[in-house]
Write a protein that binds this ligand. Structure first.
Ligand SMILES: Cc1ncc(COP(=O)(O)O)c(C=O)c1O
Length: 408
């Protein structure tokens, strides 16, 4: 008789999904080249420089500036855009903390707004409603690889004379209406942390088509230096956010693999999009028709416990994992994080702003709450599995649904 793996039965999926990160002889060779060149750091090197050019060109952008991680990329962008203490930047409530902490790092206030119930990307109507005379920029996050509504965000940014930043930490290679994301807005940021679609363990990138912003970001990421000037001449406030040659060399190789991996993820996501809606209580993250390619950092579906005998999301995930399907955690709502709840974020703000009432923190954030607590995330390596693997993912959900009562 069929039995849930969590109750001692056989798991639906008995073999592991593809390992992550992926590498082959080309990464090994690239690392050896750096080793033997004895040039291990960015400034005199060629590998990170070359990777910047390749990555920017791949995303149809004029400039790329490699940095230490995706959080650093956002911090450097804040510096390049001239976001200063007392400014406001509108960010989604549903994202990784870095999207907001980079704003706080600049001494500015991250104004949190809810996301759309369908794509879990920032809600443009709420963005427009949140604009004040202090607003300087909007950060859209391409959630799990799905681009935010760039048409609407660009229109709002233009109308109100604001910068548009694309936090593309999840979205390497994603496209909006046939154009790669990242430099559709004023500046885009990427992460190469271990779970991302390309990785060197850590790493980040900024891309832009704007020459002045490029110069400002390049200076900010390299101690306030300017290209071509004396090494000990410092023109602006900056810090050291340079990416090492090791990482640049590895990432050049990782970029070569991105398209073939993306093709597999796209095929598998299409299968899940087609199949999962037939299960009562399961709703995949919607795909806007203007998205011509979704990088699929993860595959998100909403879970309605009512269709699973009331089984809580956490328990569903536990059972799903035991059936051999790995998941990754969703993000908690930013407004619920201790840094906001305790008021600790106020320490980053200038005194007058720190003492104000920030009413946006009491918004209902209905869609973010659902995205945080009622979704299940399949990590990118799962999407690199075979078509049979995808059928097993679906079967594991059906099996739990058939036996949900037994877990209560
Ligand atoms: C949406 C988003 N923004 C920014 C970051 C920060 O990137 P990193 O971890 O490389 O600092 C992440 C990474 O996890 C992210 O998911």
């Amino acid at each position: 008789m069929e039995k849930l793996a969590l109750l001692g039965g056989e798991p639906v999926k008995k073999t592991p999904f593809p390992a992550w990160p992926q590498y082959d002889e080309s990464e090994r060779q690239a690392l050896m080249e750096v080793l033997e060149s004895r040039i291990w750091w960015r400034t005199p090197g060629t590998k990170t420089l070359q990777f910047e050019r390749e990555f920017a060109a791949y995303h149809q952008a004029k400039h790329g500036i490699a940095v230490t991680n995706g959080t650093a990329a956002l911090e450097v962008v804040m510096a390049a855009l001239g976001i200063y203490p007392g400014d406001e930047v509108i960010v989604p409530d549903f994202t990784f903390v870095a999207t907001a902490s980079a704003v706080l790092f600049a001494g500015a206030l991250p104004v949190l707004v809810d996301v759309l119930p369908t794509t879990y990307c920032i809600d443009p109507q709420l963005v427009e409603a949140a604009i004040t005379p202090r607003t300087k920029a909007i950060i859209g996050v391409h959630m799990a690889g799905h681009p935010a509504d760039l048409d609407a965000l660009q229109k709002i940014a233009k109308k109100h004379n604001l910068y548009l930043v694309e936090d593309s930490a999840h979205a390497h290679g994603s496209e909006w209406k046939g154009h790669k994301i990242g430099a559709i807005g004023d500046m885009g940021t990427f992460s190469f942390q271990a779970s991302k679609l390309m990785t060197a363990g850590e790493g980040g990138m900024i891309i832009t088509n704007n020459d002045d912003l490029e110069r400002a970001a390049r200076s900010a990421h390299d101690c306030g230096r300017l290209p071509g000037e004396w090494f000990y001449a410092h023109f602006n406030y900056g810090s050291n956010y340079r990416l090492s040659e090791w990482q640049g060399a590895v990432l050049s190789q990782q970029l070569k693999r991105l398209d073939s991996q993306a093709a597999i993820r796209t095929r598998n996501a299409a299968y899940l999009d087609k199949t999962l809606p037939s299960i009562e209580g399961i709703t995949p993250q919607a795909q806007d028709a203007r998205v011509t390619r979704n990088g699929h950092y993860a595959y998100i579906f909403t879970y309605d416990r009512k269709a699973f005998a009331g089984l809580p999301t956490e328990k569903f995930i536990q059972a799903f994992n035991r059936e051999g399907i790995p998941t990754q955690a969703s993000y908690p709502p930013l407004h619920d994080l201790a840094v906001f709840k305790s008021g600790a974020y106020r320490k980053r703000l200038p005194p007058q702003m720190a003492n104000e009432n920030h009413a946006f923190l009491s918004a209902p954030f209905t869609n973010t709450l659902r995205a945080a607590w009622e979704t299940v995330w399949l990590p990118n390596p799962v999407l690199l599995g075979s078509e049979e693997d995808m059928a097993l993912v679906v079967e594991a959900i059906r099996k739990i649904q058939r036996h949900a009562k037994e877990l209560l």
